[in-house]
Ligand binder design. Structure first.
Ligand code: FE2
Length: 274
């Protein structure tokens, strides 16, 4: 289910160089575990690592917050973030249930906002979920909302936030689960020079490249990692992590991925696990 973002409340934060935390693919559930990793514990370890940053403007949760669509999984997320000292915004992944997200992830610091406007940047949070599918798509209304965002704030740099990957990953199995209308998205982006960056989750690995002058950034999961550049699904021994971003007034981005150090979160390979 895609949602229209144009009527969502705008969160305005007049910060000049906003600092952002991105957590993705938490895969929380009633069972706690995914392929042998306790996702509650791995997320807690990642979140503790992020405590080194003290000037955060906003935290973004970029989808697959839940593994099993359980009320428990969203309650866990709400419990963790509702008392955050700064706003927390989220998007929907292929595993998520939008109605439950709206119900449970709308309290305290956590809101349903899909548009965040800073002094020099704006963030547009898009829903790339296609109901019942692992692959994704940005629907026409949302493609239009990208153009509209730039019309509304022509002097702001624009960052698009989505769950599915907007570029090929050189990995056949995950590319079958990509954003299916990548070409349409890039066509729109080519018409909207304000777009300086696209960030996403879903691929459970780090991505950092530039395409058509746009900074394209993927992030490790806070739980299980996927092995890059392989055609068949496999799990990686790299540790869970998050991305820190600082959005500069000139449209550039400072960013760093941090991973848990002690090596204790290693998934068991399960071909049916994802
Ligand atoms: Fe995921």
């Amino acid at each position: 289910m895609n949602e229209v973002v144009t009527n969502e409340a705008v969160l305005r934060l007049n910060h000049t160089n906003p600092q952002i935390l991105q957590f993705s693919d938490l895969h929380l559930s009633e069972r706690d575990e995914l392929m042998g990793i306790n996702c509650d514990e791995s997320f807690a370890a990642v979140k503790a690592l992020a405590a080194q940053y003290h000037q955060i403007s906003v935290t973004l949760l970029t989808g697959d917050i839940s593994q099993d669509n359980s009320e428990t999984s969203y309650r866990k997320c709400a419990e963790i973030f509702r008392n955050s000292p700064h706003p927390v915004a989220w998007i929907t992944g292929n595993h998520d249930d939008v109605a439950m997200q709206q119900q449970f992830l709308n309290q305290g610091a956590i809101s349903t906002t899909k548009r965040i406007v800073f002094r020099h940047w704006q963030l547009l949070l898009l829903n790339s979920q296609v109901a019942g599918k692992v692959f994704g798509e940005i629907n026409q209304d949302q493609l239009q909302s990208i153009k509209q965002a730039a019309i509304d704030y022509p002097d702001h740099h624009l960052m698009l936030v989505m769950h599915h990957h907007p570029v090929p990953m050189n990995s056949e199995w995950i590319d079958n689960h990509r954003l299916m209308n990548q070409a349409q998205l890039w066509q729109v982006v080519s018409e909207v020079p304000q777009v300086k960056s696209i960030i996403f989750g879903h691929v459970h690995q780090e991505v950092n490249l530039i395409k058509n002058d746009v900074r394209v950034l993927g992030v490790p999961s806070t739980s299980v990692q996927f092995t890059p550049n392989v055609d068949e699904f496999n799990v990686d021994t790299q540790q869970p992590g998050f991305r820190f971003l600082e959005l500069l007034a000139n449209g550039k981005i400072k960013t760093k991925v941090h991973r848990v150090k002690d090596g204790k979160f290693v998934a068991d390979f399960d071909p049916n696990g994802y």
